[in-house]
Ligand binder design. Sequence first.
Ligand code: KIV
Ligand code: ZN
Length: 527
Amino acid sequence: MSNQDPNRVIIFDTTLRDGEQSPGCSMTPPEKLRMAKALADLGVDVIEAGFPAASRGDWESVQTIAREVRGPIICGLARCNTDDIDKAYSAVKEAPRHRIHVFLATSAIHREHKLNMAKEEIIRTAVEGVRYAKALCEDIEFSPEDASRTELEFLAEVVTAVIAAGATTINVPDTVGYSTPQEYAEIFQYLKQHVAGIDAVVLSVHCHDDLGMAVANSLSAVHAGARQIECTINGIGERAGNCSLEEVAMALKTREGFYGLHTGIQTTRLYPTSRLLSTTTGMLVPRNKAIVGENAFAHESGIHQHGMLKHHSTYEIMRPHDVGLSRTNLVLGKHSGRHAFRDRVKDLGFELSEEELNRAFTEFKALADKKKELFDGDIEAIVLRTGDAGEGPWSLVQLWASATSGEASAVVRLVHTDGREVEQGATGDGPVDAVFKAIERATGTPAKLVTFDVHAMTEGEDALGESIVNVEYNERSYRGVSLSTNILESSANAFIECVNRIQSSRSEGRRTHAQLSADASTVKVMA
Ligand code: KIV
Ligand code: ZN
């Protein structure tokens, strides 16, 4: 992407690649597609849709996004070897605008301990990778992984060589979140002074949040001349996460007078997109998280409330509706019609197809039979779970559970898509444990429970409860999320979703970015 407007910052979203590969954030292909469409509506410029060489499933997901999502450039990640680059290209090529993102680590730590490659070999491999990719695709991004811990002179040498080989975007990753705002800006200043041809490429930032400075580092680098920010919704990503898209976009918008920069982000889509991701992955947003947290616009203290009543600008630097937070105290109930429901869904920032709206309205009616009053949180929950991809071979038919102060027991009846109905019982430490054990027996899938959370989506005794279950099976993590006014039922369904994900991924054999990136032998194929 050439950047015609010198003050326009390109937003490169990597929620579906760096974000999705972190533990607990994996998504099914339909979930990824839904998220990619939401990112396009949000106005991101580039979607890094995945790492096509990681598995057949990843390749297919990237290809589906490239075929179906219009607007942003669709990008696929690849190491510097022909096989990865071929896979990335074949996955993205059907997008009208596509990009291959090749990376190779450059720091001494990675050269010596991970790759076992000398400096010359790094440059040769990076150049061959970029050249090979360039023969397939015009738009090439190169990332010297762990750039922020790379000797500046060597970094400039690598960058000069890959620009000459055809790279059009140079990304400078702070892979381990080690840099500080000043130091990170200095890397960009150094590259601008020492790299021939640097003005012809877009400089990009990619920051991890290990020291809580990913957003600050990204802003510092754009202040120093970078014009692409790589970020993720809710800041999800490896370890402490990546730079948070909503924070960096609102910082640039709110402080436009200072930075003099702008993005193409439709900020009123930020809150619905954040909610979509947290509901899809079960990765909850902390209450006090900037921009999209529950408390981001709440004013509790008397002095602040008093000031807000006089004028909102006393204690508010952004308006809630600027970020798409348009919850009200309006209540719907079982007598509310389709029109009222449709209008509320729209006001909350969700666009549903006719079919999705019908499905959501049916769920709304069913919930309205159980619950007197439905709040905006209930409607959001229904809409976000509509078209949910947690489907799989097993589903719950019936559940019985009882608990005394001594022991708990449960019986579940499940049905498999092949027509089998299985009933199994178990005892446990409390009814939820008994339900999970009964499901393990019924499905023959002994998953190890890692975390289990239940929280109310709205106020009131009859609030919808969201259950989020994370399990481990064969050293991989799986997640299930489900909603019900009955928390035993939502817990059972969330656990069944984990089992379904385990059963459908058994044959896939996907490897993580860290595993792939550490595989020096495949990196060297081109050299
Ligand atoms: O953090 C990192 O270095 C990466 C690269 C692949 C860009 O994610
Ligand atoms: Zn990263």
